[in-house]
Design a protein around this ligand. Structure first.
Ligand SMILES: O=P(O)(O)OC[C@H]1O[C@](O)(CO)[C@@H](O)[C@@H]1O
Length: 199
């Protein structure tokens, strides 16, 4: 996930970071940005996707990587900001990933906005939890996880933390997505089988 070489030396000095609670951003380092074009193949409505990319390729989400050492004794953390928007009827979302060390869990805390955490095991078990301000979501080990912004106007801002050696594994997600997608049906999120998924 990071562009720099990750250290294997433990952090020995305290680190403090000021995040802006309104935007979820910090001035301490640049965020990693995912414009819509980074999501090619993941939205069901490919025509709407290409039209949105051609019309300006909006930023769909951004997040931080603090280059925490890749050790199980360290804690990787940061904020994640998923912007409001839709591709066709499908809400803006993160790409989603498994952890390379599959058993690694992750914790999220919603600072503002509203949305869903979609989780899926390699065997296809699906779990969904709601994000709203003040609510935490514990993502169990072995589950791929994707944040979805279901608000029409507000960014979904979360703080996350996971073991330093968990790693990111995009596996089948980059090509087929999740087995389940979430669509806006007259203002209500609905879980639907992903038409692009095929075993
Ligand atoms: O790896 P993805 O799905 O592009 O999204 C990255 C998201 O996952 C995280 O790595 C947390 O697991 C966040 O940094 C960010 O919200």
């Amino acid at each position: 996930m990071s562009s720099t070489t990750a250290s294997l030396d433990p952090i020995v000095k305290a680190v403090a970071t000021q995040f802006d609670l309104g935007t979820g951003l910090t001035a301490d380092r640049p965020s990693l940005k995912r414009p819509l074009s980074a999501m090619r193949g993941l939205y069901a409505d490919t025509e709407a996707f290409e039209a949105a990319v051609a019309a300006g390729d909006p930023l769909s989400y951004e997040f931080y990587d603090f280059d925490v050492p890749l050790l199980e004794t360290e804690v990787a953390y940061g904020t994640s900001i998923t912007y409001p928007g839709k591709v066709g009827d499908e809400y803006y979302m993160t790409k989603g990933h498994f952890h390379t060390r599959l058993e690694s869990a992750e914790i999220y805390f919603c600072l503002s906005g509203q949305g869903l955490m979609l989780m899926e095991s390699p065997e296809g078990d699906v779990q969904v939890e709601e994000f709203r301000p003040g609510r935490s979501v514990y993502v169990p080990g072995r589950y791929a996880h994707r944040s979805i912004n279901t608000s029409a106007s507000e960014p979904l801002i979360t703080f996350f933390a996971f073991p330093g050696d968990a790693g990111h594994d995009y596996g089948t997600i980059e090509t087929k997505g999740f087995r389940t997608i979430v669509l806006d049906r007259d203002g209500v999120p609905e879980l639907v089988a992903n038409p692009r998924w095929a075993d």
